[in-house]
Write a protein that binds this ligand. Structure first.
Ligand code: FMN
Length: 173
């Protein structure tokens, strides 16, 4: 398998914590961790197997396109990515209690943007294992990637991650 590029942001919180868990589970020699604030299309194009890690900090914040939001700043780079021969898998941090109506919305925002560019997005997850009221990350009845809740369900994270990695690692080239 080609080396995986894991692009994550923001740095210093739960998204980065999960990125480091993935690195430990897969093995350091098989994956590069790259903060999204340091990434551009050229960096993405160095990989065929790509994981995006992000959190949801509210649709309101996202829509305002706050400059310090590293993912908002990165999004225009997606227009310059060469999507041939690449596979993308996404995980999203959220809080299913406080933000039950917007659970991991940003996972859907980024996945839809990728799909608009014709990207192959893998690693969809059945929502039956989650409690929430609504989510923009549901596409055709499934989460567009792996939702994780380190605020209220951190005990479930290792098993959720392992199950998801088992699936996407088979589909990466
Ligand atoms: C201001 C704010 C808004 C949030 N909005 C949402 C939301 O709309 N949906 C959701 O699922 N989680 C929401 N969360 C929860 C975060 O996504 C969650 O705490 C996540 O683990 C943060 O990851 P990070 O520390 O890497 O940024 C919000 C958190 C904050 C502080």
């Amino acid at each position: 398998m080609e080396k995986i590029g894991l692009f994550y942001g923001p740095s210093g919180g739960s998204v980065e914590k999960v990125a480091r868990m993935i690195e430990r589970m897969i093995g350091r020699d098989k994956i590069d961790l790259i903060p999204i604030k340091e990434a551009d299309a050229g960096k993405i194009n160095q990989y065929q197997n790509i994981i995006f890690g992000l959190s949801t900090v509210g649709k309101h914040t996202w829509d305002m396109d706050v400059p310090e939001d590293a993912w908002s700043a990165f999004m225009p780079e997606l227009e310059k990515v060469d999507y041939g021969n690449k596979r993308f898998a996404l995980y999203g941090l959220g809080d299913h209690i406080t933000y039950s109506l917007h659970f991991v919305d940003s996972l859907g925002t980024v996945a839809k943007e990728l799909m608009q560019h014709g990207a192959a997005v893998i690693g969809q997850v059945d929502p039956s294992g989650y409690e929430f009221q609504d989510s923009d990350a549901i596409i055709d009845g499934r989460f567009a990637g792996l939702p994780l809740d380190e605020d209220y369900e951190s005990a479930k994270t290792p098993e959720r991650l392992q199950n998801w990695l088992d699936i996407i690692l088979k589909e990466f080239k």
